[in-house]
Write a protein of this length. Sequence first.
Length: 127
Amino acid sequence: MQIRGLTRRSQLLLVLLAILSPWTHAETAKAAEEGVASYYADSLHGNKTASGEVYDKDAMTAAHRTLPFGTRVKVTYLKTGKSVEVVINDRGPHSDKLIIDVSGAAARALGLTDDGRGKVRLEVLGP
């Protein structure tokens, strides 16, 4: 297939940019972010997420407002120094004071459940 007015090389570059765009955007725009995290209530277990997946309180997943679904993120709870890797599969949090909502399993691993909320650092690991 040829796009009118573009050389074959330009077409190839456009295809490569389209393929790499989500990954490079996530890596550069959200390489590191700090803010407050919370976690999903157990009562949400079994509900559908924005990605269409079913929320599993025992899976290592999270909600973020802008990162693409499937993005792997390292979340470090600054109070405990503990880190987990989660996969973004939902949109949120719905409070401007929060940057991420993690699953129950991720919250337990971080030591976040007793506090309910806490300051975290997010590092995008890739798609």
